[in-house]
Design a protein around this ligand. Structure first.
Ligand code: FAD
Length: 49
């Protein structure tokens, strides 16, 4: 769960890749908290790989 203002300040940082590692999960998605967000970010991470 994001705290106040973290949606705009923390989420963009968590979305960044690190070296060859891509991150995915509902916590990074516009559909935060839902399966849709988990799937969307998973697909995006797979495309980057
Ligand atoms: C009770 C409940 C009901 C829900 N109902 C709905 C619903 O009706 N519709 C909907 O769209 N969404 C629903 N959700 C939300 C949905 O379940 C989540 O948004 C989705 O599962 C998130 O997927 P994820 O892959 O981002 O994370 P997760 O499904 O949490 O997957 C993360 C995985 O990483 C693993 N993991 C953690 N740490 C490590 C580690 N160090 N090493 C290796 N593996 C690790 C965990 O074991 C887990 O398997 C519900 C959630 C809950 C809790």
């Amino acid at each position: 769960m994001y705290g106040k203002d973290q949606w705009f300040r923390v989420r963009p940082i968590l979305q960044e890749s690190f070296l060859h590692t891509q991150f995915a999960g509902e916590h990074l998605a516009d559909w935060q908290g839902f399966m849709e967000g988990a799937i969307n970010t998973g697909e995006e991470a797979a495309e980057k790989v």
